[in-house]
Design a protein around this ligand. Structure first.
Ligand SMILES: Nc1ncnc2c1ncn2[C@@H]1O[C@H](COP(=O)(O)OP(=O)(O)OP(=O)(O)O)[C@@H](O)[C@H]1O
Ligand SMILES: Nc1nc2c(c(=O)[nH]1)N[C@H]1C(S)=C(S)[C@@H](COP(=O)(O)O)O[C@H]1N2
Length: 176
């Protein structure tokens, strides 16, 4: 049997870090995983400011042990929105289809979805996925890509992830 999957959950928010509001992004990601992931899993959660070295260091730490690291926040056009830059710094391969698919679905909900530069990439044996900071964006975006996540994790040497089919029907191309 393969190892249980460990998911990294990284909230990037100046205001949540300062305590100006309670972080609702991290809990929303964990709730999503609770609903969708059927196989055994655990999470490692972190909260950092919108600062490239801090984000890079948290991503590197999480990618050491997690097969998927999901970030929320810091994807927009403002000066301190730098999560995609930090993601590019740690990933050896970018997976631009994730950002494209999430924006396409989000644009059907809100015109400002185009303002998110969210992306994804591979760091060692870990898939990093950026989500916008808005807590309601989390399920909207993950629903658009999660069916491809288990196979991506297979391909990068991670554990076998099973999903609850009524929520997400994980797609694995059949081997000949
Ligand atoms: N971690 C979070 N928890 C709760 N609400 C959040 C969080 N991050 C963002 N939001 C909310 O989502 C909306 C978009 O926020 P914004 O784009 O300013 O966030 P950010 O730049 O990712 O984070 P911050 O401004 O805190 O550094 C706002 O209404 C904000 O209150
Ligand atoms: N699905 C979805 N995507 C969304 C949004 C949203 O509410 N729902 N907000 C948008 C807005 S208003 C911004 S500014 C960008 C970047 O947000 P961030 O800087 O918090 O990551 O994400 C966009 N993507």
């Amino acid at each position: 049997m393969s190892q249980p999957a460990s998911f990294g959950v990284l909230t990037v928010s100046d205001r949540a870090t300062r305590g100006e509001y309670e972080d609702r992004g991290g809990p929303a990601i964990r709730e999503y995983l609770e609903r969708v992931v059927k196989s055994e899993w655990s999470d490692v959660s972190r909260l950092v400011t919108d600062d490239v070295p801090e984000i890079v260091s948290a991503l590197r730490e999480l990618c050491e042990t997690c097969c998927v690291v999901i970030t929320t926040g810091g994807t927009g056009p403002a000066a301190r929105d730098v999560t995609p830059e930090a993601t590019e710094q740690v990933c050896e391969k970018m997976m631009p289809g994730f950002g494209e698919a999430m924006r396409a679905v989000s644009l059907l909900k809100v015109p400002t979805a185009i303002l998110s530069r969210q992306t994804a990439g591979i760091c060692g044996h870990s898939l990093v996925i950026n989500l916008p900071g808005s807590p309601k964006a989390i399920a909207e975006c993950l629903d658009a890509v999660f069916a491809a996540v288990p196979y991506c994790v297979d391909l990068i040497g991670g554990p076998f992830i099973e999903t609850h089919e009524e929520h997400i029907d994980a797609f694995r191309p059949k081997k000949k």
